[in-house]
Design a protein around this ligand. Sequence first.
Ligand code: ADP
Length: 587
Amino acid sequence: MRILVFNAGSSSLKFGVYDMGAAESLCLKGSFDRFRDGSCELKLTVGGARHDAVLPCADLAAAIAAVPGLMAAHGVSGVDAVGHRIAHGGPGFAAPARLDGPTMAEIEALTPLAPLHNPANLAAIRLAMQVWPEVPQVGVFDTSFHLSAPGFATTYAVPEAWRAAGLRRFGFHGTSHKYVALRAAEVIGQPPERLQIVSCHLGNGASVCAINRGRSMDSSMGLTPLEGLVMGTRSGDVDPGIFGFLSRRLGLGVAEVEAALYNDSGLKGLTGSPDMRDAEDRAAAGDTAAQLAIEIYAYRARKYIGAYAAAMGGMDALVFTGGIGENSASMRRRICDGLEFMGVTLDRDRNMRVDLADRAAPELQAWGGRVRVIVTETQEQLQIAREVAVSLRAAAPVRLSLPVAVSARHVHLSPAHVQALFGGPLTAEFDLRQPGNFAAHQRVRIEGPKGGFDNVRVLGPARGRTQVEVSRTDTFALGIEAPVRQSGDLDGTPVVRLVGPAGAVETDGLIIAARHIHMHPDDAARWRVQDRQEVEVRVSGTGRDMTFSDVTIRIQPGAFTEMHIDTDEANAAGVYGAAEGALIAGD
Ligand code: ADP
């Protein structure tokens, strides 16, 4: 499947053509920049060689119209789909979407939230539809990756009526953060689900993202791409009180303040130039305004890195990308200096000798440094091509039925904890449907700082590590915040007290179980799903049918194929007792 990708900005157009078969390969990529006086600069890479030129293209329309000719000139003909980067997808686009009248109207309605970006994205879509009318056009949204962030990270503490109107934090650069997190995980040699990564995308726009076990937990950008770091022309964080101050002191209106925060702030506001290279050159020549700008830039980034390590409760890797993150050794150094107490130690030589050719992702931490420091070139276009390919393959869904079971709160115990709580082995009251598992006669009390639950069922047999599974509602009754985890993934989970007839123990392992499907290998083969693949399941209960996304497949020899949800999920879907699920898997 050959995919052409466009990433249109207000004054530039990046594009790439990728073959997305069993292996991924780049056919060509390039950018059109500096549209002026009827011409623009083309940077084009084909097979590792550069073919830069000045072309007679006055605007975005001419640039897009020139792409088929450029492709043909380098022996690349025909595309199966066109993918478009779209900055703001609001709360409605959690996945790539086929672009048609209604989806484009939705994107247009979000323009006030990304006034620099969404209009350019829409213009590129309309033009591409004229040049490639026969092939699907698919939008991939910068915001989608962050829709997994928890409510406490996405909610502003503002009046209810404002939140009801849609005011919330979104986050951007999602495609870039996702790509670099996957690349970092590849380099580290662990699945992303096991890693806590802070990703710094430092380009003209800039954001930091906390990627907790493969999912975006928080991002420095908010409702709009204005919040957070110092950027080329955008301010990043300011006190919302500036609106009142500027209105009273300078007589400025809301629109004027907003325009200046987008266009005349950041590095441009501090130094006169939006370009970090200018700031670095001027600072080196003794310009104190440029020196201060660089200090503010690094300080703000360092604050976010510390905050996100704290938010996740750890950091395995710190990743730099974007024009500044990839190219400015001095800015990487400024940001990392002072983070040694968190395990971030930069090897100064490696930091100076970075070569990012061929998707390289070199590690820059000093020998023995606990946190991996990785730099890599972001490949938003490649990531968009991947997501377009996946969405097109999944476009013809197959529906498969399976039973849905509800897991009430329960406990799995280690042999040592069985002994400590009961003074003897577990005894089976009845067998569970998963072979070898049973509900024990034994019960425990679970206790947290706020309250507890008596008579909580123990499931046997004993296993390597104690695991306490509760619902999110239960966590409030206990007074302990628990993460959503797959069974067995217990590192860094909170401690809870268990009380049995023979004694009490304090143990980590408190989780909200992530919804999952136990699947027999034969069913997995028949339904063409892989272990750990995430699928959607439509659950039919008693009149409140709903579709659950992010349901993880767990293939186990001899398993009874069945989906497990917890009591909160069951209540939401109106499931009381047995229910049926329809699995919507990729074709
Ligand atoms: P965009 O967000 O528009 O894709 P980029 O990721 O290309 O932008 O980042 C542009 C920024 O990267 C500019 O501020 C530019 O000055 C900076 N930059 C590029 N190369 C270097 C370098 N060698 N040293 C410092 N900054 C650099």
